[in-house]
Design a protein around this ligand. Sequence first.
Ligand code: NAP
Length: 245
Amino acid sequence: MNAVDGKVALVTGGGRGIGEAIVRALVREGAVVVVSDVLDEPAAALADELGQTFLHHDVTDPVSWRSTVDAVMAAHGRLDVLVNNAGIATSASVRSQELDEWNRVLEVNLTGTFLGIQAAARVMREQGSGSIVNLSSVDGLRGNAALHAYTASKFGVTGITKSTGIELGRFGIRVNSVHPGFIRTAMTAHLDPAAFGIPLARAGTSEDVAEMVVFLASDASGYSTASEFVVDGGITASLPHTTAG
Ligand code: NAP
């Protein structure tokens, strides 16, 4: 028996990076996965390779959410797992932060996650079950200078995970957040992990994050909701100057 045998999952931003690893891990563990993204080509190729479905889906658009969830229901009759993975990051100082860019980061990372919870909860309530996994970040647990919009959005994701987890628990819907640290993807390609004082002394992989998502998607995590699950090599627990030797 695999961890998520027979479950129907939707993964947003599933075409590359952490989302791709989540898709691969869920399929390996027995789930039927709908890969959604605005990045059509790699996402469609991934779905094709794995014998799954791709849907073009912009998480900032409520109409796109409705049609995506409706398509999942039409094809599979249920939605057991939603992974709100799509996200963007932009760097700026307080002085140079452009309002448009601020709004865009909040729109994708926080509003996109809220719309996903809303759309999934609509069908999961009817089913009486479901697991929603939201990709926050270590930047949803502590500040990150020069990533103000991203940090604000990820604290928002941490918060809405708790508020919706509390509301939806009595309908059998669990909502949890995952907090990756430094994960080697396109988002972090320009950064050097050695500069981050990571206690496990390496960058994380997308697969490290995907294993946590599989656990939260599965019934093995059945008594966990409205909670934070950190996958960061110990980075939030440490201060660089406390490292001895
Ligand atoms: P990534 O490689 O940039 O992949 C994100 C995917 O989301 C891309 O395919 C992207 O498409 C898509 N996307 C962007 N805007 C979208 C929208 N409006 N609707 C639907 N899809 C959209 O990012 P990643 O590093 O794998 O990160 C995945 C998640 O983990 C994000 O939420 C991120 O904040 C979080 N995270 C990452 C790290 C890290 O170290 N990498 C650490 C902590 C948390 P485009 O390429 O076309 O934009």
